[in-house]
Design a protein around this ligand. Structure first.
Ligand code: SF4
Length: 273
């Protein structure tokens, strides 16, 4: 783990963790995500909002994100990489062990997006050593590079990717247009397929978005059905933030929720709630 910590730390000099591939020296916070060399924690808590197998999770919300989703409900810290408190890997490891004693069934790194914080997460895992008895969960867009994915191998116990957007088509490219993530479909499905082929524990989330049943939900569920045994969490709690525009400013239609549920059943997907 020490070698992995050192390898991850080199990303702080020349960052290629996400497909923006800025090559930024992170201490200057000059990359596209503006995340510096230190991780800021917006909040941490025992959280009852995760899927049943993970409840309660010790949720750790890291500030900053590689995406710029126009409907982000966590903009307060996702778009402010210095929101919250700086803690050292040793300090966070101590808090994780406290939360474990309080009954946490998992420790979940969330954002924003955790990808810019991979060197920090690897360092925290190294601090924890054999004392961590619950799975370390990465809840991420998984819009990341192969080298970032490799750094997580053996560090993450359960991958919890958000597969939000469908592939580009006649309607446009939702991942790039709404999320600011070029090549979204190719990158994220590529990472999920790699993890699945490696037999890594995976639970894929998909949030239904108003007006995006055909362009996003249907192709996402259809693609996931090709991965034998993959567990899927279909989220229907979309809440439009005040800054959302167009269809995304509307509530989710009950018909869309029903149609998505029927499609998941028809496809034989294993749903986790
Ligand atoms: S994680 Fe941030 S600094 Fe690193 S390549 Fe992506 S946008 Fe650039």
């Amino acid at each position: 783990m020490q070698a992995r910590t050192a390898a991850a730390a080199t990303q702080l000099q020349n960052c290629t963790l996400c497909p923006h591939r800025c090559g930024a020296a992170r201490a200057t916070a000059a990359g596209r995500c503006r995340v510096g060399a230190q991780a800021y924690i917006a909040s941490e808590m025992l959280h009852m909002g995760e899927e049943e197998p993970l409840r309660p999770a010790h949720a750790i919300f890291l500030s900053g994100c590689t995406a710029t989703c126009s409907f982000c409900t966590a903009a307060r810290f996702a778009f402010r990489p210095t929101y919250g408190a700086v803690v050292s890997p040793a300090q966070l490891a101590a808090r994780i062990l406290q939360r474990q004693e309080q009954g946490a069934r998992a420790v979940a790194f969330i954002g924003g997006d955790p990808v810019p914080h991979i060197p920090f997460i690897v360092a925290v895992r190294a601090e924890l050593g054999g004392k961590l008895r619950v799975p370390l969960v990465l809840n991420s867009n998984l819009w990341l590079t192969p080298e970032a994915l490799a750094l997580l191998d053996g560090v993450v116990d359960l991958y919890l990717p958000d597969l939000k957007f469908g592939p580009p088509g006649a309607h446009g490219d939702c991942g790039a247009a709404l999320g600011g993530m070029p090549d979204y479909w190719q990158v994220v499905t590529g990472a999920i397929a790699t993890l699945h082929a490696q037999g890594k524990p995976l639970l894929v989330r998909h949030l239904l978005m108003p007006g995006h049943l055909r362009c996003c939900t249907q192709p996402v569920l259809t693609w996931l059905a090709q991965l034998p045994g993959v567990r899927v969490s279909l989220l229907t709690q979309y809440l439009a933030p005040a800054h959302a525009r167009g269809a995304l400013a509307q509530p989710l239609a009950a018909d869309d929720i029903r149609t998505a549920g029927e499609l998941a059943a028809t496809l034989g997907l294993t749903l986790v709630r």
